[in-house]
Each structure stands twice: as C-alpha cells, then as structure tokens.
Design a protein around this ligand. Structure first.
Ligand code: ATP
Ligand code: MG
Length: 377
C-alpha cells in the first residue's frame, strides 16, 4: 500500500528550501533539514512540540514573522530579512495553514538563504561602478599619458645637452624618475579599473607559485630574502586564469619583500581541503589555501581593514593598488583573501580558491606526501 503520510513527510524534508510549521498554540510541528542548515541549528527531534520561540532562540525576527501569520490580514508573499544570529540574508514567504473547515490551525514559513545571491549582486554593483570609473580613468589616462611621455623624452634630450652642468643633470634625473612613477600610477589605475575577464584553464597552483617566485626574485627589493615553498602533493588543478593568478602571488611576494627590506623569510604553503557536497550552489569539491607569510614588521591592527582599498599605501612610491588588484582577481575566481598577523611577528596573507568537482576526482587517489623546496633570492 502506498504510504501517503510518509511521502508528504519526505517531500517536506527533501525540499531545498527551509520549512518551519507551527501549530496554532505556537508549538513546533515541522522543521526540515534545510531549515536547520540555514539557521545553523543542530537537528533535534525534541524540538517538535516545543515552543517555536524557544527553538528559534536568537532568530526572533523569524519568530515574529510566524507570530504575525496569526494576526496580520495580509501576509508577505516574498519578503526578506537578515538573521541576527549569523547575518545571513533570508528570503521568505509565510502562509496560514487552514483545516477543512477553513479555521486557522497553524502557520508555515518557507525560506531560502539569499546571502550568496546578495554577494553576487554586490559584486555586480561593484563591477558596474568600476566600469564607470574605468571609462573615466581610461579617458584621463589617455590625456595624461602623452604629456608624460613628452616630459620624459624632453627631459632626456635636455640631459644630453647639459653634459657639463651636473646640478641641472641631477634635477633632470629626478624629473625623469618622477615622470616614470606617475606613468606607473597611470598604468596601475588602468589595470585596476579595467573590467576583469578571465581566461579560464586547468591551472597547477604549484607552477603558478614557481613562476611568481621567479618574478619576485628579480625584484630590486629581493636582497637576501629567503623564500621557502611547501606545496602538499595532492593539490588538484584549479579552473583559473593562470596569468592573473601569477600576478596575485607576485604582488603578495613583492609586498613581503618590500616589508622585509632585503632581510628575512617568506614562507609559501599550499594545501587542499575537500568539503562535503552541498545541495546549494556553489557546490565545490574543496578549496585550495595558499598562505604567504613573512617575518617582517607585520601589519598594524588599525590599518588591516584598509589594506585592500585602492590607493591605500604606506610607501613613498607605492600606488596602493597592488592588494586592490589582488582582491579583484581573487573575487573574480570566487575566492577569498584575508590578512592576519603571523603568530611570531610578521604578516600572513591567506588566499582560498574553490576547486570544481570534476578536477578532484582524478587526484582523489593521490597520496598526501608533501614536497618542499627552498629558494634563496
Ligand atoms: N607583507 C606585508 N607586511 C607589512 N605590510 C604590508 C604587507 N603587504 C602589504 N602591506 C601594507 O599594505 C599596503 C598596501 O599594499 P599594496 O600592495 O596595495 O600597495 P603598495 O605595496 O603600497 O603599493 P604598490 O603595490 O602599488 O606598489 C602597503 O603599503 C603596506 O603598508
Ligand atoms: Mg604592493
């Protein structure tokens, strides 16, 4: 015989939306798995029959929505709120449950976690803003670049004509240096505001890191810094833009070299962690984490939140765009970057990049041996 009751129960519990239903007296009737997951609560059969206020605890905004199902004439069909417990954005709809006679016997709340949608919208808005800014910057850069090039050329010519006037030659050298710096800023601004487009291919993070280290080695600030790389052996390929990722790590390495001023260590570690399959997108197989750590002066706590803002710099000749570009590239790869202090002093930049499913299957059998290399620059 078909068990209709069980089928209805399974429908509710298999839904990807959160479902909470209460009886008219406020006792909990249904909480499905998605609801527990979105609310960050542990599933507990004892919740059924308890007051919904007690079960929802800190998320009393959601409890208010359920309460209003019995009092308000008009119920919201598609509304949003932010959970106090986790800050998640929730989209919900609430309905009264009527019995056969049309009497209200309870209320049901269907909800969905919109946090990711919100993040995507925010990113979209940022992209729009950057596109508008980009057009303006491109126009200004176009106007500024030509006079700058003329200054560089004319100062060079003048320098050659003033072979026996050392003071004037020195001044002209300074003028050329400043013009070069202004030119670099123009180029960096253009780079930053250019809408990002990724050329995505399977990419070995180990190779990207090797290339970034090679770039960093030739940097004037390299001095006697020691760079140590330590990559886990089971690193799956990423779906990423190789050149842009290289730029990310080259920028982080150059910052570390500049912070170290020629003496000290930089450690680069790369590891992989698989994650559980998620019914909600994005469903990634796992995340690669690359830490770039140095034993330099570190980042003062009060400026840590500003580091990724465009034009924030503490260097006399910095443009302050290095980390802003880094963050933009990481965001475009759906990744994350964080900065923190290294326990023993120094700075630690942690980059987390998602790995799609198909790629990891091939490496699932690889063992976890680590390989380490040490490069002195
Ligand atoms: N490893 C680090 N240790 C200490 N401070 C750092 C480190 N990396 C970055 N910073 C701080 O963050 C600021 C911003 O870095 P960012 O790369 O965006 O710009 P910049 O290095 O100053 O200039 P640019 O990269 O354009 O040459 C730096 O000026 C510095 O104060
Ligand atoms: Mg920099």
């Amino acid at each position: 015989m078909v068990d209709r009751e069980a089928f209805y129960r399974n429908v509710v519990h298999s839904l990807r939306n959160g479902v909470i239903a209460i009886w008219r007296d406020g006792s909990m009737a249904v909480v499905n798995d998605a609801a527990y997951r979105i609310l960050g609560l542990d599933a507990d059969p004892a919740h059924i029959g308890q007051s919904f206020h007690d079960v929802l605890g800190k998320d009393h905004d959601l409890a208010d929505v359920l309460t209003r199902a019995f009092t308000d004439a008009e119920l919201p069909n598609r509304a949003e709120l932010r959970l106090r417990s986790s800050g998640k954005a929730i989209g919900y709809t609430v309905s009264r449950i009527l019995d056969r006679d049309g009497a209200v016997s309870g209320a049901a709340l269907l909800f969905k976690d919109l946090t990711r949608v919100e993040q995507l919208e925010e990113r979209e808005r940022l992209r729009d803003r950057l596109a508008a800014l980009g057009e303006m910057a491109a126009a200004i850069a176009h106007e500024v670049k030509n006079p700058l090039a003329s200054i560089q050329v004319m100062a060079g010519l003048l320098k050659r004509q003033l072979l026996d006037v050392p003071d004037a030659r020195e001044l002209l050298t300074d003028i050329i240096k400043e013009a070069n710096m202004a030119n670099r800023i123009v180029v960096d601004v253009l780079e930053f505001v250019r809408p990002i487009s990724l050329e995505v291919d399977p990419v070995s993070i180990r190779e990207v890191l090797d290339e970034a280290v090679t770039t960093a080695r030739s940097h004037p600030a390299a001095g006697h810094t020691t760079i140590v790389t330590d990559c886990a052996a089971n690193l799956p390929d990423l779906d990423a833009d190789r050149l842009q990722l290289r730029q990310v790590f080259a920028n982080l390495l150059v910052n570390a070299l500049e912070a170290l001023a020629g003496e000290g260590h930089i450690w680069i570690t790369a590891s992989y962690a698989a994650v559980e399959r998620s019914p909600e997108p994005p469903d990634y197989a796992g995340y690669l984490t690359v830490d770039v750590t140095d034993d330099g002066p570190g980042v003062p706590v009060d400026v840590a939140h500003q580091l990724f803002s465009p034009f924030f710099t503490t260097k006399p000749s910095g443009s302050g765009l290095g980390l802003a570009i880094v963050r933009k590239i990481i965001n475009a790869h759906d990744g994350r970057i964080e900065v923190g202090p290294r326990a023993e002093g120094g700075a630690k930049f942690s980059v987390r990049l998602p790995v799609p499913h198909r790629v990891t299957e091939a490496v699932a059998v690889a063992d976890g041996n680590r390989t380490a290399g040490e490069i002195h620059v």
